[in-house]
Design a protein around this ligand. Structure first.
Ligand code: FE
Ligand code: FE
Length: 197
């Protein structure tokens, strides 16, 4: 398990790999993950690790992202080829394992689905997905105030509302709609309807 010294080491490495905007976002996600883990009874170290590494592949140029996937036999869908920024999630999970020595499958899976979300996420996966959206340096998304409050009260409801807002935003340019996000939205909409009747 990671301790404070490990986190410091990874932060140093990431400082060189990320631009300053992305680095500040990364720290924001890490601390937001930690706070959410405290409230929702999730392993603190795992949540921090997931937050710290979730965007480790974000600043690799798109061409190189595609090259690296090819080289390491990471499957890329035609949709991802069209929208290469999406690839940083699965490539990030790969690098977290290979370069940052993270072996925990739940952490790696949280990194893998942090951009699109997916159906039936674990609490850790939801925490990373939510923290990525609400961390303090974010300012442009709608309903941030509500979502930030909701994140500490109800993970399923918060996940649902973020997916809903994300799709509303993506629908402005329909060629960009990701079907993983659509499926995740359908899942959480139904889940919340069942809960609230
Ligand atoms: Fe990301
Ligand atoms: Fe991020």
């Amino acid at each position: 398990m990671m301790d404070t010294a490990d986190f410091r080491k990874i932060q140093k490495k990431l400082y060189k790999k990320l631009d300053s905007h992305r680095y500040q976002h990364t720290l924001g996600v890490m601390y937001t993950c930690a706070a959410l883990a405290m409230v929702h009874g999730v392993d603190l170290g795992k949540a921090q690790t997931a937050g710290l590494l979730h965007d480790c592949a974000k600043c690799i140029p798109n061409e190189k992202k595609l090259k690296l996937c090819k080289k390491h036999e990471i499957p890329v869908t035609p949709f991802e080829k069209e929208n290469p920024f999406l690839i940083h999630a699965k490539l990030g999970a790969y690098l977290a394992r290979k370069k940052y020595k993270v072996e925990d499958e739940e952490i790696l899976s949280a990194i893998r689905c942090h951009t699109t979300g997916k159906e039936a996420m674990t609490a850790l996966e939801q925490i990373l997905f939510i923290a990525d959206y609400i961390e303090p340096t974010r300012s442009t998304a709608p309903h941030l105030e509500r979502l930030r409050r909701l994140a500490f009260q109800d993970l399923d409801q918060c996940t649902y509302e973020i997916l809903r807002d994300t799709l509303t935003y993506l629908r402005q340019s329909p060629q960009k709609i990701d079907e993983t996000t659509e499926r995740a939205y359908g899942y959480y909409r139904e889940r919340n309807e069942k809960r609230h009747g």
